[in-house]
Design a protein around this ligand. Structure first.
Ligand SMILES: Cc1cc2nc3c(=O)[nH]c(=O)nc-3n(C[C@H](O)[C@H](O)[C@H](O)COP(=O)(O)OP(=O)(O)OC[C@H]3O[C@@H](n4cnc5c(N)ncnc54)[C@H](O)[C@@H]3O)c2cc1C
Length: 420
């Protein structure tokens, strides 16, 4: 045997599984097809800019992050908890009233907070705010859109803020996501202040990998995983490896292919990264557009942010970095650069002609769709020797990937303890 356990994929799920197995005294080989660890959490350095492969945030309030990640080591640079809403000439700060009480009068004057709708939203969210496990009552789950409709969250807060904000977070604007999953996400926004690590999002998986005695082997693509009479045989593009057990943590589509299970539906988005000499707005909030008909976004950008105002380490001295996020459509009819620039011009009320598009990340496999009912305890066992892990088996998030990796590893430890 080459090791007790072989893990396929060095994304967050695979790395957490490896850490848990190592802590349990097992020998582990991690095989990664790409040139570095991280999976969907990667960062490129381009001309002094840090460009995450798709704008994303780390929320320190995620239970798995709180429990297993040395968050201090990442030196998070924090966003404001809230958003700026652009509607024509006006730009309104809608922020967490306890974290940013100074903006409350502005929010109350804005017209976005109608007492009846705010009360309905709080009532909808309250059980999950009080107790995290309230959202695991799967039988009460339904789609986000029907759940908010039936709760009476149907006013300007919904159309101009919640729907647009969530479409960026979920990479989906259809409203078909599990309402219970969204409650969990909003809970983590209520209790945490999301941010970006000083060295980019990839610092998170690198921190996890640094704890492994045997570092993940990169640029090795696994092509098959087969149960044998004595263990598993893992085929790679450089030969075969053998172990007692395997965990396939290769991301939803690849894991499905390797384990011959159903491929989950994935939602996609694009992040457009622009460099500019002047910051268009000295604010640490995402900007949402509500200038369109009925207070919806007028164009394709679901949110934008001056990332370098939040995370100065993301831009070289004297430069600024702006992200704009658009959704990828299943029909392939996606926005072009001109329409993104038009949106940014309106959202920041400035000319963007001299902004340089330095990268565009088109990510069709951003997040697995998470339809109701929310089920965080899906089986991760493929057969007696092979387990599967990833965000598609828990919640579509960093938290879900970590939890799923940990659960797969604990199942392996238990299965091995029965055998030995
Ligand atoms: C643009 C974007 C924005 C996001 N925003 C957020 C956010 O703000 N908050 C949040 O919580 N989550 C966010 N996410 C989701 C989060 O990044 C994922 O949920 C999480 O990283 C998934 O981890 P994973 O280990 O399950 O899968 P992956 O990260 O997909 O890891 C799978 C790994 O397996 C490797 N692999 C695949 N096939 C093979 C093979 N055959 N052999 C060997 N290795 C293989 C891959 O290269 C990869 O490294 C975002 C994701 C993206 C892309």
């Amino acid at each position: 045997m080459d090791a007790d356990v072989i893990i396929i994929g060095a994304g967050l799920a695979g790395l957490q599984a490896a850490r848990r197995l190592q802590d349990s005294g097992l020998s582990v080989i991690v095989l990664e097809a790409s040139d570095a660890v991280g999976g969907r959490v990667r960062t490129d350095r381009v001309d002094g800019f840090l460009l995450d492969r798709g704008f994303q945030l780390l929320n320190p309030a995620y239970p798995a992050v709180r429990e297993w990640i040395d968050i201090e080591a990442l030196r998070l640079q924090h966003f404001g908890v809230g958003a700026l809403i652009r509607n024509g000439e006006s730009l309104t700060r809608l922020a967490h009233p306890l974290r940013h009480p100074q903006y409350l009068p502005e929010a109350l004057r804005s017209g976005y907070l109608q007492p009846r709708e705010v009360f309905a939203l709080l009532k909808w969210l309250a059980p999950t705010l009080i107790r995290e496990t309230a959202s695991s009552r799967a039988q009460q789950d339904m789609t986000l859109a029907s759940s908010l409709d039936s709760a009476g969250v149907t006013g300007p807060l919904r159309t101009s803020v919640i729907d647009t904000f969530l479409s960026g977070v979920l990479a989906d604007a259809s409203g078909t996501t599990s309402a219970n999953f969204v409650r969990l996400l909003l809970r983590s926004f209520a209790f945490g202040v999301p941010g970006l690590p000083e060295q980019g999002m990839q610092a998170l998986p690198e921190l996890m990998a640094a704890e492994l005695v045997h570092k993940p082997q990169t640029q090795i693509r696994v092509t098959s995983v087969a149960e044998t009479t004595v263990g598993v045989e893992v085929g790679t593009d450089t030969g075969f490896l053998r172990a007692q057990m395997a965990i396939v943590a290769a991301g939803p589509p690849e894991a499905a292919e390797l384990t011959e299970t159903a491929e989950p539906k994935m939602n996609g988005l694009s992040t457009w990264w622009f460099a500019t000499d002047h910051s268009p707005l000295k604010e640490k909030f995402l900007v949402l557009d509500a200038s369109g008909p009925a207070g919806k976004a007028a164009g394709p950008v679901v949110h934008a942010a001056v990332v370098s105002e939040v995370a100065p380490s993301y831009a070289p001295a004297g430069k600024h970095l702006v992200e704009a996020t658009t959704l990828l459509s299943a029909t392939g009819n996606n926005p072009d650069e001109a329409s993104v620039r038009r949106d940014l011009e309106r959202m920041y009320a400035t000319s963007v002609n001299d902004w340089e598009l330095i990268a565009r990340h088109e990510l069709p496999h951003t997040l697995p769709a998470q339809p109701p009912p929310l089920n965080q305890h899906r089986s991760q066992r493929i057969n007696d020797r092979v387990f599967i892990a990833g965000d598609h088996l828990d919640t579509a998030s960093i938290n879900g990937a970590l939890l799923s990796g940990d659960r797969a590893a604990r199942s392996v430890v238990e299965a091995l303890s029965h055998r030995n």
